[in-house]
Write a protein that binds this ligand. Structure first.
Ligand code: ADP
Length: 592
C-alpha cells in the first residue's frame, strides 16, 4: 500500500545514522518489554492481596517499583537521544532539499513557484520530524505490543482473548476502509494548500505592484476564496475522521465491557481467578491503547502522506542529462562559439528555434535583434545550458557543450540579466557572488570599473550596506551597475547581456553603457540589443524572427541589403544611442 512505501522511505532517511537509530529502536523495544510485566505484576499483587503473604507482597511491590522507575529512567535517556537525532536529521533534510532544488533545471523552476517549493520543504521536513520521533517513541513499541500481547492474552485465557481479538479486528478493518475512502480527498486538500502558498509567495514577492495598484483588498479577497475552497474539500475528510475517532473510543469501551461480562461468567464457572480477570483487563486496555495509537499513527501518516509525496516528488526530480557526471571539465576557453543547425522547442510542439547556425569568433560582439518572442533569450540560454537543443549542436572552442561538465561550462559564461538578481545581503556579499575568494581591494576595483563605487561609497554603510529583497532599496541604474561589477569579478571569457530597456535617465544610461563597454572588452559577447548604438558597435548582427535566423551580417551589410533589419532601422525600431540625449525611445519590440 502506498502509505507504507512513503513510511519506509521516511525511515530510510535515517540511514546516515543507522547504528544509533538501530540502538534507539532496540532500546525502545526493551522498554516495551518492561512495560508488559506491569499487568502481570498487577495480577499477582491482587492475588497476593486476596490471599495475604506479607513476604511475597513486599517482593512484588519492590519489583513493581524497580520496573516502574527503571522504565522511566531508561525512557528519558532514549527520548533525549531520539529527539536530538530527529532534530539533526530534520536539518540534514532541509540541506538536502535545498541543495537538490537549487540544482534543478530552470525548466523545473519556471513551473514551480518558489512559494510552493518553500511550503513543500517546510511542511515536508516537519512531517519527517514527527514521523521519526513517533517511530522511536511509539511505533515500534506498538508493533511489539500487538505481536507479544496477543499470544500472551491467548495464553492467559483463550476464550477472553478470542473475544478481544474479534472486536479489535473489526475495529482495524474499519480504520482501513476510512483511510482508503479519504485518500483522494486529502490529496486535493494538499493541492489547495500548495495553491495558497504559491499565491501568497507570488503576491508578497510583488508587494510594490500590489500596493501601487491598490490591490491589497482584492488580493486578500482572492486568497479568501482559495482558503474557502480548501476548507470545502477539508470538511468532508474531517467528518470521516471524527466518525472514526468516535468509533475507536466506542470500540475500546465495548471491548472492556465484553471482557468483564464474559470474565464474570467464566469466574462463576471457576475457569479464571479474579487476579486473572484483572490481568486480562490490564492487557486488553494496553492493547486497545496501542491499537488506538496505531490508528492515530495511520491517520497522521495519512494526513502527512500528501505533503511527503510532494516532498519526495521534488527530490525525485532528476536534473536530467544536464547534470551528467563524469564529463570532462572545460578549462578556460578562448570563446569561439558556434551554433550548428540548432533547433529547440520548450514544449515539444511549438518550435522556438529552428535551424539556427552562426559563428562568433573569440572576443567578438554579437548583437541579437528581432521582435519579442523571436527567440533571442532562448538562443543565449542554450549557451549556458538552461536547456539543451533538440537538434543540432553548440560548440565552444570546438567542443560540444553537452559533452563537458556543466559547472565548468557555466564558469566560462557570465550572464547579466535584465533583472539584476540581487540577494538580501550586503553590497559586498552581492558582489562576491561573482567570485567568493576575491579580496576587498579587487571588489572596489570592479565597482569603480562598473561606475558603482561612488554611489556605494555615498551609502552610510558603504560596501556593508544591506540590499533589500531583490535589490528594491536601490535604483534601477544602481542595480544594473552592481550586476555588471559582479560579472566583472566572475571574469568569464563569454558574456551574455540582456540589454535593459528600462527607463534610465540619460546620464545613468551613459554610465551603465560605459560600465558595459569595459565589461565586454576581450570577451565574446552576446547582446540582446535594443539600442542603435549597441547594434552599430557590434561585430556581427543576428536578426531573428519566429525562431529563425532571417539575416546576419555587419550593421552596414544589413542596412545595404535592404531586408528586414534595414526596414526595422528605417522605421526607427531601435532605441537611440545612449549618449544621444532624450528622444523617442521606441523599443524594437513595439515596432515589430
Ligand atoms: P525573445 O527573447 O526574442 O523575446 P524568447 O526566446 O523569450 O524570445 O521566446 C521565444 C519563444 O519561446 C516565444 O514564442 C516564447 O513564448 C517561447 N518561450 C519562451 N520561454 C518559454 C518557456 N519557459 N516555456 C514555453 N515557451 C517559452
Amino acid at each position: 500500500m502506498y502509505l507504507w512505501r512513503i513510511y519506509l522511505r521516511v525511515l530510510r532517511l535515517l540511514a546516515p545514522e543507522r547504528t544509533l537509530a538501530i540502538f534507539l529502536a532496540l532500546a525502545n523495544l526493551a522498554l516495551a518489554c518492561v512495560l508488559f510485566t506491569e499487568p502481570i505484576l498487577f495480577g499477582h499483587v491482587v492475588d497476593a492481596l486476596v490471599h495475604p503473604k506479607a513476604h511475597q507482597l513486599a517482593l512484588l511491590i519492590g519489583a513493581w517499583a524497580l520496573v516502574g522507575f527503571g522504565g522511566v529512567a531508561m525512557g528519558v535517556l532514549v527520548s533525549l537521544h531520539a529527539d536530538r537525532m530527529a532534530h539533526r536529521r530534520r536539518m540534514a533534510a532541509i540541506r538536502m532539499f535545498f541543495a537538490h532544488t537549487l540544482a534543478l533545471p530552470l525548466a523545473f523552476h519556471r513551473e514551480h513557484h518558489s512559494g510552493r517549493l518553500q511550503r513543500i520543504m517546510t511542511v515536508g521536513v516537519d512531517d519527517l520530524f514527527t514521523l521519526w520521533l513517533s517511530f522511536f517513541r511509539e511505533h515500534l513499541t506498538t508493533l511489539l505490543s500487538i505481536v507479544v500481547l496477543i499470544p500472551v492474552a491467548l495464553w492467559i485465557n483463550w476464550r477472553l482473548a478470542l473475544l478481544m481479538i474479534a472486536l479489535l479486528a473489526g475495529f482495524a478493518a474499519f480504520n482501513l476502509i476510512a483511510v482508503r475512502r479519504n485518500r483522494v480527498a486529502q490529496g486535493e486538500v494538499q493541492e489547495h494548500f500548495n495553491a495558497i502558498a504559491t499565491r501568497t509567495g507570488d503576491v508578497l514577492g510583488n508587494v510594490a505592484v500590489v500596493q501601487s495598484f491598490t490591490r491589497v483588498d482584492a488580493e486578500v479577497c482572492d486568497l479568501k476564496q482559495l482558503t474557502e475552497r480548501a476548507l470545502a474539500v477539508q470538511y468532508p475528510v474531517l467528518s470521516g475522521w471524527a466518525a472514526l475517532s468516535v468509533a475507536t473510543r466506542a470500540a475500546s469501551t465495548l471491548t472492556v465491557v465484553a471482557i468483564f461480562i464474559m470474565g464474570a461468567a467464566l469466574h462463576a464457572k471457576g475457569q479464571i481467578s479474579i487476579g486473572g480477570i484483572v490481568s486480562f483487563v490490564g492487557f486488553s486496555l494496553m492493547l486497545i491503547g496501542r491499537l488506538e495509537q496505531f490508528a492515530s499513527f495511520i491517520s497522521n501518516l495519512f494526513f502527512q502522506s500528501q505533503s511527503l509525496k510532494d516532498f519526495f516528488e521534488v527530490l525525485d526530480t532528476r536534473a536530467g542529462p544536464l547534470a551528467a557526471r563524469g564529463a570532462l571539465p572545460l578549462t578556460r576557453v578562448r570563446g569561439d562559439v558556434r551554433f550548428e543547425h540548432v533547433g529547440f522547442s520548450y514544449d515539444g510542439k511549438q518550435s522556438s528555434l529552428d535551424d539556427l547556425s552562426f559563428h562568433a569568433p573569440p572576443g567578438s560582439r554579437v548583437a541579437l535583434v528581432g521582435p519579442t518572442g523571436a527567440g533571442k533569450s532562448t538562443t543565449v540560454s542554450l549557451l549556458y545550458r538552461a536547456y539543451d537543443p533538440d537538434r543540432g549542436r553548440i560548440t565552444i572552442d570546438g567542443r560540444d557543450i553537452r559533452s563537458v561538465d556543466i559547472e565548468s561550462l557555466r564558469q566560462n559564461v557570465t550572464t547579466v540579466f535584465q533583472e539584476a538578481g540581487l540577494f538580501q545581503r550586503s553590497i559586498e556579499d552581492n558582489l562576491r557572488v561573482g567570485d567568493p575568494a576575491v579580496g576587498t581591494a579587487d571588489i572596489e576595483v570592479a565597482a569603480r570599473a562598473a561606475e558603482a563605487h561612488d554611489f556605494i561609497a555615498a551609502k552610510p554603510d558603504g560596501y556593508a550596506t544591506r540590499v533589500a529583497e531583490r535589490g528594491r532599496s536601490l535604483s534601477g541604474g544602481e542595480r544594473q551597475r552592481l550586476a555588471i561589477a559582479r560579472a566583472m569579478l566572475k571574469g568569464a571569457p563569454i558574456l551574455i547581456l540582456d540589454e535593459a530597456t528600462s527607463a534610465l535617465d540619460t546620464i545613468t544610461e551613459a554610465r551603465v553603457q560605459r560600465a558595459l563597454d569595459r565589461l565586454t572588452v576581450g570577451r565574446t559577447t552576446f547582446i540582446i540589443a535594443h539600442r542603435l548604438s549597441t547594434i552599430r558597435d557590434a561585430d556581427w548582427v543576428l536578426v531573428l524572427d519566429h525562431g529563425r535566423l532571417v539575416e546576419q551580417g555587419t550593421y552596414d551589410d544589413l542596412i545595404a541589403r535592404g531586408g528586414m533589419f534595414a526596414r526595422l532601422a528605417a522605421q526607427g525600431g531601435f532605441a537611440p544611442t545612449a549618449d544621444a540625449g532624450a528622444g523617442p525611445r521606441v523599443a524594437l519590440e513595439v515596432a515589430a
